[in-house]
Design a protein around this ligand. Sequence first.
Ligand code: CTP
Length: 132
Amino acid sequence: MARTVITFGTFDVFHVGHLRMIERAAALGERLVVGVSADALNLRKKGREPVFGEDERLAIVAALKVVDEVFLEESLEAKRDYVRQHRADVLVMGDDWKGRFDELADVCEVVYLPRTPAISTTALIEKISGNA
Ligand code: CTP
């Protein structure tokens, strides 16, 4: 049976770490759904607006060859609902979240993939603005 994979992220200032995570997530099934976190959610959680707005970030992620569907993630606490709504068989998260979503193992397989070393949106913003 075809497996649906779901993953989440902000994907602001899109970089190769994002691409690799999405490609590795896609390789775990036949259909990939990506939740792109809303501007308001980022402001609440990280204390700053993303550089690119949610519509732009959604458009960039949706344009990737391996992505079948995108949606706006409005709440970090609603992962269980999103997994159900999208009929996901596998939840993929970066290993910076290791263990945090194990409670969802009753509705889907939970996989943590290693992050690509030495790159992040935060580091890129600092580098470009001359603070790193
Ligand atoms: N990711 C990754 N390797 C990186 C950076 C991100 O595999 N070097 C993954 C994250 O684990 C997550 C997805 O890409 O699954 C989206 O991450 P996001 O938080 O949007 O990107 P970061 O670059 O980590 O952003 P920030 O610096 O703002 O935390």
